[in-house]
Every structure is written in C-alpha cells, then in structure tokens.
Ligand binder design. Structure first.
Ligand SMILES: Nc1ncnc2c1ncn2[C@@H]1O[C@H](COP(=O)(O)OP(=O)(O)OP(=O)(O)O)[C@@H](O)[C@H]1O
Ligand SMILES: Nc1ccn([C@H]2C[C@H](O)[C@@H](COP(=O)(O)O)O2)c(=O)n1
Length: 242
C-alpha cells in the first residue's frame, strides 16, 4: 500500500509556504546584507567562508535531481548529489567501492563519514559558494556528521513531497540503468525514507528551515513553487552589491 509521505492540506500548505518565504527572506536578507556569516553568528566556525547551503530532500524518484538542474540553470548553484558522488566513487578505484555498491543495491544508507568526506572534497574544490546538496542528509547520522565535519548548517531545506505510488512510477520509468531502479530495491528505499529520512525532515521543520514543495505536477509547475525561494536569494545578493 503506497502512501503520501506527509499529509498535505493545500490551504494550510500554501499559507505556511508564504509565511515561510517571508521568514526566509528576512533571514537571507540579513545574511547577505550584514556580511555576517550565519554560521559564525550561530556559534559554528565556518571553514569555507560561509557558503550558502541548501539541502534537497524527498523520497526516491520524487524529482530532486530534475529540479536541482533547473535551480542550477536559473540561479547558478553548484549541484552536489550525494547519490551521484557515491556512484562515482564505485567507478573509481576506491577502497569503499564494493561496500558502497552493496549498500546502494540493498537501498541502505552508506556510513555518513564516507558520504560527508566526498561532499567536503567537492565543496573545498569549488569556486562556487552556493551549494545544492541533493539527497542529503538521509538520516540523523548524516546530519550530525555534516555538522561535525563541515562545521555548517543549511540555510534552506527543500522537501519534495510526493505520494509513494508516483515515486515508484517515476523510478521504474527512469531508464538510466541504475542498479537500484527496480521494484524490490525501491520498496526498501521507501522504507528507509520513512524510517530514517522523515525524522530529519521533521527536525528542519521544527527549526523553521523547511520548505515543502508539492512534487505532483509538471516539472515547470513544480519549479514555479521553487523559484520564489531562490529569487529571494538573488534579490538579497543584488542589494548587497549595490
Ligand atoms: N514532475 C515530474 N513529472 C513526471 N516525471 C518526473 C517529474 N520530475 C522528474 N521526473 C522524472 O522522474 C524520474 C526521477 O526524477 P529524478 O531523477 O529527478 O528524481 P530524484 O528525486 O533525484 O531521484 P533519486 O533520489 O532516486 O535519485 C526521472 O526519470 C525524471 O525525468
Ligand atoms: N546521503 C546518501 C545519499 C545516497 N545514498 C545511497 C543510498 C541511496 O539509496 C543511493 C542512491 O541515492 P539517490 O541517487 O537516490 O539520492 O545512494 C546514501 O547512502 N547516502
């Protein structure tokens, strides 16, 4: 039986969403105009000159990667997909290759330190300081490892909320030859999502950082919900430079 990850009343959700955008605008405006790195103010020492970090969350196949590509194209973020970094590690001659491959086959989460080190390497070598970290954190251990190793918290967290039957359909139609795009592994990934990823999503909701996007609709319709969040960053950035 497939369920929606979280019950969504459209009215409440759109009210919450506009309220959250105002809160986000205030926070981001402050961050871009005062020049004070958010992490410093929060008592976390920034190792990368206060990057702007967005976590992109949602169940398997909900459309995170598709929307990230549009955010990159429109707003110039650097896209780091945790799943892609892990798959690349399998292809390289890494000591962790077979362990990662087995975890992905079984829909399990790879030990956090491995994933965070891959993300860290990409962040350190990038000139871009605006990051979209996609498919991460997948569990509380991921979240804590990121805070400890990177020394930062996200500025924004996007959650693409999609019913399970739609996610299954999208994964099974993806046709990219991924070893985990089959019905057995998808069922396991959905269980992991419910048990381990939803608590992280709830954690960011409580912190007021979560923006829930209704992931049903065309790619462009979904991007219409995403666009205002990043347009705020762009406006705030422009004010800073004028
Ligand atoms: N709004 C949409 N409607 C229908 N299909 C979509 C939509 N968005 C993305 N897709 C398709 O669904 C599949 C999964 O999308 P995508 O790879 O972006 O998901 P994902 O959340 O990044 O998945 P995963 O977590 O498994 O990597 C792709 O084939 C993509 O083209
Ligand atoms: N933080 C992460 C992200 C991904 N993985 C592993 C386990 C996932 O099932 C697989 C595919 O990820 P996706 O491309 O769907 O984001 O990669 C992980 O262990 N930890």
């Amino acid at each position: 039986m497939w369920r929606r990850a979280t019950p969504l009343s459209p009215l409440i959700s759109s009210f919450k969403s506009s309220f959250c955008i105002q809160q986000t605008e205030h926070r981001i405006f402050e961050r871009f105009t005062t020049g004070l790195p958010l992490q410093e103010k929060d008592g976390i020492s920034p190792k990368y000159g206060a990057p702007f970090i967005t976590f992109v969350l949602g169940g398997p196949g909900c459309g995170k990667g598709t929307q990230c590509a549009k955010i990159v194209e429109t707003f110039g973020f650097k896209h780091l997909s945790a799943g892609d970094l892990l798959r690349r590690e399998i292809e390289s001659d890494s000591d962790y290759g077979s362990m990662i491959l087995n975890s992905i086959k079984e829909g399990r989460i790879v030990p956090s330190e491995v994933t965070v080190k891959l993300i860290q390497r990409e962040m350190e070598s990038s000139d871009n300081k605006k990051f979209l970290i996609d498919g991460f954190p997948r569990c509380e251990e991921n979240r804590r490892a990121f805070e400890n190793i990177i020394g930062a918290e996200p500025d924004l967290v996007l959650f693409f909320d999609c019913p399970e039957d739609e996610m299954v359909k999208r994964v099974l139609n993806r046709n990219e030859g991924r070893i985990d795009d089959n019905i057995d592994t998808v069922k396991k990934r959905l269980k992991v999502f419910q048990a381990l990823s939803l608590p992280v999503i709830n954690y960011y909701a409580k912190k007021g950082k979560l923006h829930t996007i209704n992931a049903i609709g065309s790619v462009d319709e979904i991007f219409e919900q995403v666009h205002p969040l990043f347009a705020v960053c762009k406006r705030a950035g422009r004010r800073e430079t004028t």
